[in-house]
Design a protein around this ligand. Structure first.
Ligand code: PLP
Length: 383
């Protein structure tokens, strides 16, 4: 039986998207592929809420992060990296690998980034680039990208945002907020199989990139944009053609639903999960609703519950529900329920109920009935 996969990526994929990717390959330097590529780029602009440029690279989200850093920074240049989880750390590590002078602005895992501290770091350095992870998947915290963008503008620094696990699932307005570079991946909110990385770049950042000595041959963003000017439009290297078919279908579905409606749907899924978990009597890793991720929810394990046993033998094997564990020092401390991709209200109700039943089997005192009531209350507010 197919499992209910509730990971914060990769995610379950709609049948139409999966079937599109099963079509025969085509010449990637043909008018036929040009049409798909061009539509993917145009629809991605809607996704990012930008009139700028979008490069689509074959690779996972990390490729997009690396492309942004290696195209924008040269060795010795300063960057302020906001770090409050594993992926913020990854941005800093990539910049270090590039040879940049990295100034980390660190926060405890599970806490939100404080824009004032970013401002202090900018006031006290020559950094021209700031990195931030919008939705820190490892800690289930949503960072204040809009506020930090405002500060970057004041200091004339380029703002690079990883929206890999948020874009499409929560309000994000690249141009209106003044984000210069934004990256995302296909296997999260977009509901595609893994394989494509999207990078949006405004003209200001592109000008800077064009002056730099790109540190990577493959992940050279201006080159991807140059190839979008060719006749026919194409990618510099062989793209994952079938992944493009899937992305095309997924982006059309997103446009049809509408961004605002989708953001709303994600908020509802988030509320169902959070209120359900609370009513069970379990502890949310991020208690404050204001900073909690709309696409993934972390739950702190009650004393004595073994992560492997709970997520493996109980949830996965008995209930066919797959959730993620904690990362790095949070391994064994929390588990994470992804609510992104091809998931609906029904799946959230199933997840909370199975989590409650599973915990009960392990002797944890949870109230499954109260969780059902709480979820019904959330639903009654919107119906
Ligand atoms: N950034 C964030 C916020 C993520 O959630 C992830 C993946 O979970 C990544 C970066 C890395 O993406 P990938 O595993 O696709 O390289």
């Amino acid at each position: 039986m197919e499992k209910l996969v509730l990971l914060p990526g990769p995610v379950m994929v709609h049948e139409d998207v999966l079937l599109r990717s099963a079509k025969q390959v085509m010449n990637h330097r043909s008018e036929e592929f040009e049409e798909i590529l061009t539509e993917c780029v145009e629809l991605s602009k809607y996704l990012f809420q930008t009139d700028g440029n979008v490069a689509i690279i074959t690779g996972s989200g990390t490729a997009a992060m690396e492309a942004a850093i290696y195209s924008l920074l040269e060795p010795g240049e300063e960057v302020v990296a906001v770090v409050n989880g594993k992926f913020g750390e990854r941005f800093a590590d990539i910049a270090e690998r590039r040879g940049a002078e990295v100034r980390r602005v660190e926060f405890e895992w599970g806490k939100v980034a404080d824009p004032e501290r970013v401002e202090e770091a900018l006031a006290d350095s020559d950094a021209e680039v700031v990195t931030l992870v919008h939705n820190e998947t490892s800690t289930t915290v949503l960072n204040p990208a809009e506020e930090i963008a405002r500060i970057c503008r004041e200091y004339d620094a380029l703002f690079v945002v990883d929206a890999i696990s948020s874009l499409g699932g929560v309000e994000f307005r690249m141009d209106d907020w003044g984000v210069d570079v934004c990256v995302t991946g296909s296997q999260k909110v977009l509901g595609c199989p893994p394989g494509l990385a999207l990078v949006a770049v405004n003209d200001r950042a592109l000008e800077v990139m064009e002056e730099k000595d790109a540190g990577s041959y493959y992940l050279d963003i201006p080159k991807y944009l140059e190839y979008l000017e060719k006749d026919p439009k194409q990618t510099p290297y062989t793209p994952a053609v079938n992944a493009f078919y899937a992305l095309h279908e997924a982006l059309k579905r997103l446009k049809e639903e509408g961004l605002e409606a989708r953001w709303e749907r994600y908020r509802l899924m988030q509320r169902i999960v959070r209120e359900g978990i609370r009513a069970l009597g379990l502890e949310l890793f991020v208690e404050d609703d204001e900073i909690a991720s709309p696409t993934v929810t972390g739950v702190t394990y009650p004393e004595g519950v073994d992560d492997r046993e709970f997520r493996g033998e109980i949830l996965r094997d008995r209930y066919d529900v797959v959730v993620a564990g904690g990362q790095d020092h949070l391994a064994g401390e929390i588990f994470r329920i992804g609510h992104m991709g091809e998931v609906r209200i029904r799946d959230m109700i199933t997840a909370v109920t199975c989590i409650g039943l599973g915990m009960r089997e392990l002797g944890v005192d949870v109230d499954v009935g109260a969780a059902a009531e709480a979820m019904a209350d959330v639903l009654s507010e919107v119906s």
